[in-house]
Design a protein around this ligand. Structure first.
Ligand SMILES: [Zn+2]
Length: 233
């Protein structure tokens, strides 16, 4: 049982896959914020304990706003902190994936076989098409895009997210002369759809609009929530 305050994502339950995003109430999971590292690490330990029965492994990466996706296989237990990457795929059941976010989009991927993926896609990751990269990896592993389900978790919404002309141009591929608003989740959904994914859902939560419940970088929070996904053993 998970006792960590979270917003659960019911989309993949029928496949034996649990997914959620922690809330502000659960505290920050960022070791680079203002809180003592010891307190943050104790939260990660509590998470491991809460998941242990259904997921003896938990994998994270050092997030760098790129598009590298690491594929994890089983055969180990505990917490594996990988190198620089922004995406993880778990081939075997029982491997929990976690990503820290506060405005950037946590992209949850799932397949009926129990294969799961989790990506961190801010504007840079979205420009670098990390979601399409992950879909391509799954495809190479024999999972057709049409059978993959994607959920775009709590992130900054289009009304709250103004970016520079340059960033807007990079994201939309259109010329932009002035700053403007972009909806990262709409763009990622478009990319996923054009890659052949049909089952896409989007969280109703905005980290900024719902800042009472979620951490937001743009709202000057140094805290970070985490997205978590795993197929139960
Ligand atoms: Zn908003």
């Amino acid at each position: 049982m998970i006792e960590i305050p979270n917003l659960s994502i019911p989309d993949f339950e029928e496949w034996g896959i649990t997914a959620f995003t922690t809330t502000r109430q659960a505290g920050t999971f960022s070791v680079a914020g203002n809180e003592p590292v010891g307190e943050v690490m104790s939260r990660w330990s509590a998470l491991q304990n809460a998941l242990a029965e259904n997921a003896p492994r938990i994998a994270t990466v050092r997030q760098v706003h790129g598009n590298r996706v690491i594929v994890q296989t089983g055969g180990w237990s505990g917490w594996l902190r990988g190198g620089q990457a922004d995406g993880l795929i778990a081939i075997e059941k029982g491997t929990a994936l976690a990503t820290t976010v506060a405005d950037c989009v946590p992209v949850f991927l799932a397949h009926a076989s129990g294969v799961v993926g989790l990506l961190h896609s801010g504007w840079r990751g979205t420009v670098a098409r990390i979601t399409e990269g992950a879909i391509a990896i799954l495809s190479r592993n024999g999972l057709a895009p049409a059978d993959i389900a994607i959920h775009l978790g709590p992130a900054i919404c289009g009304r709250c997210y103004e970016v520079s002309a340059d960033v807007r141009a990079q994201l939309t591929g259109e010329t932009a002369n002035r700053p403007g608003n972009v909806d990262l989740r709409s763009l990622i959904a478009e990319h996923a759809r054009s890659a052949g994914v049909r089952k896409i859902s989007v969280s109703q939560y905005c980290t900024r609009c719902d800042n009472d419940q979620l951490f937001s970088h743009r709202a000057a929070d140094s805290g970070r929530q985490i997205g978590v996904i795993y197929a139960r053993v």
